[in-house]
Design a protein around this ligand. Structure first.
Ligand code: TPP
Ligand code: MG
Length: 300
């Protein structure tokens, strides 16, 4: 990934209410730099419902529609339709939800909006649990993780839900994953998403030092190691689900380096970590095979 210049315009101020090292907060700042001021936000219940501040204060210099937990996508659909009825076809509507609000409770309204191909960007900031209510397991929580509802005696055994494949099955124009360690890549993907009409889905890996029992200063490092350990591949899906591009231009790092820095994985033995690494490697190989397979089919 080539370095690029960060836009200097700030639509997010410093007076936010997030924890130190919050990846979701970094992600919002980058997204708004990529989109600019002609943007309206829809935020359901999640940490970000708190982070921007309580009315009448806000750290974001844009209109924000705070919604019920399960309704981010359908409210974004309605907001966009309302703006268009008023003759405003320019404003970008961005729904901004957590993994619980996306992978679990908001899935139905997101699926409905994506099937209709309603015109907005949906960003899921993925911190891999319900953090705002005290670190409960979501279907995005990875195998092996401690949460308050998956305690060390009964830590998470089920694999993380493959939300990207679910979204790809909707044939929407643009899907991407991103990581807070690669802000230029994320901003490029947000800007690219904004060039398509229809539903665009971007899922950004956003460390939560509080929920992961992680030193806040390691937030960006973890976001990088998640990618270089192949736990969280960076990819783009275009052509309505028909074209997949996976980023491979990095030095691979061992998964133990990623997992051992985080208290949520501290109970895992070396053998268990090795088992997870094997699974991650197999998933990575399948992803690359899929990329080759899609590239080999002409005329799609
Ligand atoms: C219908 C409903 N159920 C439960 C809640 C309580 N609640 C508010 S935020 C939240 C967790 C959100 O998790 P996620 O979407 O991952 O965002 P994060 O808190 O991690 O930022 C929950 C369970 C709610 N507001 N509404
Ligand atoms: Mg979450």
């Amino acid at each position: 990934m080539k370095p690029a210049t960060m836009p200097t315009e700030e639509l997010m101020g410093s007076g936010h209410l997030a924890c130190q090292g919050c990846g979701a907060t970094q992600a919002m700042r980058f997204a708004l730099k990529a989109l600019g001021p002609d943007t309206a936000l829809v935020i359901p219940a999640c940490c970000w419902a708190v982070i921007d501040g309580s009315f009448p204060h806000s750290c974001i210099d844009l209109p924000i529609y705070h919604t019920a937990f399960e309704t981010a996508a359908v409210v974004a659909s309605g907001l966009k339709a309302g703006l268009e009825m008023r003759g405003d076809t320019k404003t970008t509507v961005m729904a901004w939800a957590g993994d619980g609000g996306t992978f679990d409770i908001g899935l139905q309204s997101l699926s409905g909006a994506a099937e209709r191909n309603d015109d907005f960007i949906y960003v899921c900031y993925d911190n891999e649990a319900y953090m705002n209510t005290g670190i409960q397991r979501s279907s995005s929580t990875p195998v092996g993780a401690w949460t308050t509802t998956t305690p060390v005696t009964n830590y998470k055994r089920e694999p993380k839900k493959n939300m990207i494949d679910i979204m790809a099955a909707h044939s929407i124009p643009y899907i991407a994953t991103a990581s807070t360690a690669y802000p230029h890549d994320f901003m490029r993907k947000i800007a690219k998403a904004n060039t398509f009409r229809g539903t665009k889905y971007i899922q950004i890996f956003a460390p939560c030092p509080t929920g992961w029992k992680l030193a806040p200063e390691l937030s960006v490092k973890m976001a990088r190691l998640a990618v270089t350990s192949k736990m969280y591949p960076l990819l783009e899906i275009t052509d309505h689900g028909q074209k997949l591009e996976v980023w491979k231009d990095f030095e691979p790092t061992p998964i133990a380096e990623y997992m051992k820095a985080q208290g949520r994985f501290r109970h895992l033995s070396d053998a268990e970590i090795a088992g997870i690494e094997k699974d991650v490697e197999a998933k990575w190989e399948r992803l690359l095979a899929k990329e080759r397979m899609l590239a080999s089919i002409p005329g799609l």
